[in-house]
Design a binder for this molecule. Structure first.
Ligand code: 5HY
Length: 279
């Protein structure tokens, strides 16, 4: 089966789930390059701004970056419950950005929430920041450690290391025990993150550090200088990966697991997520 042409990749969301706004986010310069959409799955506008800034630092000069967060969902993602309920918002943003002509996506939360479902819906490539950071780490050393926020999210990081086939390289997953939304307000946050990164290198013998939260992106350069080992911000890593895939003209295979979902109605508050064949 030849891949379906972009405009009919698959069923579309029924009315209501995604406000089809043809214009990219306000203030975005009209340039010829690809439009990439970074979705911060929590509803923190401050983290969305931070994620956008981190991506624009590494994106190519003609690449347009829109950084968005859903209009529904958790203020931050620090549990399985948060993650599960962040997914509808992520998918609604994918649908909105598809209508706006986005060429590729970054899911900017370290749990990579909704990654598989997003790949079924989107025409262009979709990369999660945990996936990008872990694979990038595997290119830079024989081992890496993840430093995340709350200890309760460590299991999820190990699950993803398994899923992405890099568990054998992962020396440890440490937690600084600073909540996501206090990373930039807690005066002790930086020193606690540095301490966990240092222990990962000195005690766990990690050769590379993976930052376990999109909210740590702006600490990357400082930590690299302090630690003397590569420190990876998944937002930046995922941005250049998606941009590279778009430039290569590559996208998710529409054959098999990531084929468009079969169209069907949804009920209740999820009714707008029902899928129809064509409009
Ligand atoms: C993140 N939560 O990157 C994850 C980090 C975590 O709201 N953005 C969030 O602690 O899992």
């Amino acid at each position: 089966m030849t891949p379906a042409p972009a405009s009919t990749r698959g069923p579309t969301l029924t009315q209501g789930a995604a406000a089809a706004t043809p214009e990219p986010a306000p203030g975005l310069p009209r340039r010829a390059g690809p439009l990439l959409t970074l979705i911060n799955p929590n509803s923190s506008a401050a983290m969305t701004t931070l994620v956008g800034a981190s991506a624009r630092l590494v994106a190519g000069p003609d690449t347009r970056i829109e950084a968005v967060n859903p209009r529904m969902g958790p203020a931050s993602i620090e549990s399985h419950y948060d993650e599960a309920l962040a997914v509808p918002g992520v998918l609604a943003e994918i649908a909105r950005a598809e209508a706006a002509g986005s060429a590729g996506y970054v899911i900017a939360c370290f749990g990579d929430p909704g990654l598989d479902a997003a790949r079924e819906l989107a025409r262009g490539p979709v990369v999660g920041i945990a996936e990008a950071a872990m694979h990038t780490a595997s290119l830079l050393g024989r081992s890496f450690s993840v430093v995340t926020t709350l200890g309760r999210t460590r299991g999820r990081a190990w699950d993803l290391a398994d899923r992405y086939g890099v568990r054998a390289l992962c020396r440890s997953v440490r937690a600084c025990e600073v909540p996501v939304l206090e990373l930039d307000t807690d005066p002790l946050a930086r020193s606690r993150i540095l301490a966990e990164c240092g222990a990962s290198v000195e005690r766990d013998e990690a050769e590379v550090i993976v930052l376990g939260c999109a909210g740590m992106a702006e600490l990357c350069a400082w930590l690299t200088a302090e630690l003397g080992v590569p420190v990876i911000d998944g937002v930046a890593a995922a941005t250049v990966l998606v941009e590279g895939l778009v430039r290569l003209g590559l996208s998710t295979s529409a054959r098999g697991e990531y084929a468009p979902p079969p169209p069907k109605p949804y009920t209740g508050i999820l009714r707008p997520f029902g899928l129809t064949e064509g409009h």
